[in-house]
Each structure stands twice: as C-alpha cells, then as structure tokens.
Design a protein around this ligand. Structure first.
Ligand code: 6CS
Ligand code: FE
Length: 306
C-alpha cells in the first residue's frame, strides 16, 4: 500500500502520522484557546490553565442527583442484553464486561440531555471559539478488579488518522460518575503535551476499531518519544482526581492514559467530544475508510445547548 491509496491527498496534512518509518515530535501549529473570558463561562484563570496544561478540572459541575441518575442508567444499559449485543458496545478483551458504550447521546435520553447541557457545551464553545458539534460520545466503565486500562495516546492522533479531523480544534468533556482516586485507575495526563504532536509508526489495519477500542497498539506513541516528552522535557505525569460530578475538559492532543483497575472500587466516566464546526471531518489522513459514524460523526449538527 502506498501513501497515495491510503491517505487523504486533498487536504493539507499538518500532522502526518502512521506514514514514516521513524517517529517524530512535531510542534503544534494550531491555537489551543480560541475564545476569551468575555465569552464566558470560564474565567481568564481557567482559560489560562487549559492553555498551559491542556486540561482543566471543574469540580461539582453536576449534582449528586444527576450523577445518581447517570449511574443508574449506566447500570441498566450494562445489564441489558440488547445493549450488550449492540455494535456500539465494546466489551473488554479478556472478559465479557462492558468497557465502553458509544453514541450514547443518540441512543439514550438521559445521556442525550447531559451531552447538550450548557454546563459542558458553553465551555467547549468558549475554548474552541465557535459553534460545536458532537464528534463522539461514550461511557467508559472500569469495574473493580477487572477494568482494563488505556495505554498512552493522543485522541487527536486517531481522530486525524482514522476519522479525518484536519486540525486540533477538538476537546473532550469527561464527567466523572464515581470518585477518581489514586487507586482505581484514574486518568493520567502529561501536562503541556498538547503542544507536541507525537507521530506514530505503523499502518492502520482495515476495521482497526474492532481491536483498537479494546486495546490500542497502532497509533500509540513509542517509548522513546514518551520518555522525551515526560522526562526529557520535564513535563511529568499528573493524576486527575476528583469527586463524582466533576468534569475534566481536555484538549484532543493531550497525551493521556490510565492503568487498569485492580481495586474493588469501580470507576466510570461519560465522555462527550466536541469539535469545532469549522473543523469538520474530511477523508481520513491515514486509513482506507472512515470509521462508522457511531464512533466518529460524519455530519455537522451544531449543538443547541439547553
Ligand atoms: O478511538 C477513539 O476514538 C478513542 N480511543 C481512545 C483510546 N480514546 C479516545 C477515543 O474514544
Ligand atoms: Fe483517550
């Protein structure tokens, strides 16, 4: 396979990945924060934190009642045979436990209303400086004892290579449904890594998502690049901890991952990925065909916050 028949050749590729035989650390050319404090609701201090770290935690954005409703829904969905059989549900590699449920903003009323809630949509619009649409939504469940982790990755690397998002103008809002503690496999981030694009080595296999959503290998950074980022450039690693109902907003290119959960305490999060309407998906930059729309939206439907 050559570059010509696998990749997008119409749009300019600022972040070439899965193409060269050696990895590279490239400088981000896109802005991180597009809006200003006047646009609200985030303060200048919060925008500065997001700009510097690539992540911002807002505690207690959702109430205990709202969190309880979401957890109940998740429990019901996870136990429902129809949901378990649905192609949008991903189970763990080594067990039948539910790992992720995708496109919950379309399949479920409770999560539809959460995904369009002004408390997460407005900060996304402010940071991205435009109207936004939902590129992806999902619940990640990490049950006690059996929940497997996520190896280091930049979400943008995959969304660029496999879904065709051209530029870095995308973020995730992750709502915590359980307490995130040091022992239940919390989110680990490399602060400031959103300014560096780590290219990866290895071609995207056909229907890659069938494996990658259980355990990703292609599209993940190599050890030397991670060492350079974390140790060489002294970015370090930070755990994101917090109470249920907190929200972590993080840039699509932030290097992050999480360990498996060997504690008895479950951990689950709802993710809503907002993309700028000015950054709509084009053809994938390093895959034969785009992934199904339940993983990566192909239509731009601006979110009307409620
Ligand atoms: O493939 C994806 O789109 C996703 N994979 C990971 C590991 N994180 C973000 C996203 O859901
Ligand atoms: Fe991720």
């Amino acid at each position: 396979m050559t570059r010509m028949d696998t990749a997008n050749i119409t749009a300019q590729d600022l972040y070439p990945t899965r193409i060269a035989s050696e990895p590279e650390l490239l400088e981000r050319t896109d802005p991180v924060v597009h809006g200003s404090a006047q646009d609200g609701p985030l303060t200048q201090g919060q925008l500065d934190t997001f700009d510097r770290d690539g992540a911002l935690v807002v505690e207690d954005l959702f109430s205990d009642d709202e969190v309880a409703r979401m957890r109940d829904r998740l429990a019901t969905l996870s136990a429902d045979p129809a949901v378990r059989a649905d192609e949008r549900t991903v189970t763990e590699l080594t067990s039948d436990e539910v790992r992720s449920i995708f496109e919950i903003h379309r399949s479920d009323e409770v999560f539809r209303s959460i995904a369009t809630d002004a408390r997460i949509v407005e900060p996304a619009r402010q940071i991205l400086g435009s109207e936004v649409y939902i590129h992806q939504s999902r619940i990640n469940a990490k049950p006690g004892f059996t929940g497997d982790g996520f190896w280091w990755h930049s979400d943008f690397e995959t969304w660029h290579a496999e879904d065709g998002l051209p530029r870095m103008r995308t973020l995730s809002a992750s709502i915590t449904l359980t307490e995130n503690t040091p022992v239940n496999g919390p989110l680990l981030i490399v602060p400031g890594s959103h300014r560096t694009f780590v290219t990866t080595v290895g071609e995207t296999p056909e229907d890659h998502y069938r494996n990658s959503l259980k355990r990703q290998e292609i599209g993940t950074p190599d050890h030397d690049s991670l060492h350079e980022l974390i140790v060489g450039q002294q970015a370090g690693i930070r755990q994101i901890l917090g109470r249920p109902g907190s929200v972590v907003f993080f840039d699509a290119n932030l290097m992050h991952g999480s360990a498996s959960n060997i504690s008895p305490y479950p951990r689950s999060n709802v993710f809503v990925v907002f993309n700028s309407v000015d950054n709509a998906a084009v053809e994938p930059f390093a895959a034969r065909a785009p992934r199904p729309s339940f993983i990566a939206a192909r239509d731009v439907e601006p979110v009307i916050p409620r």
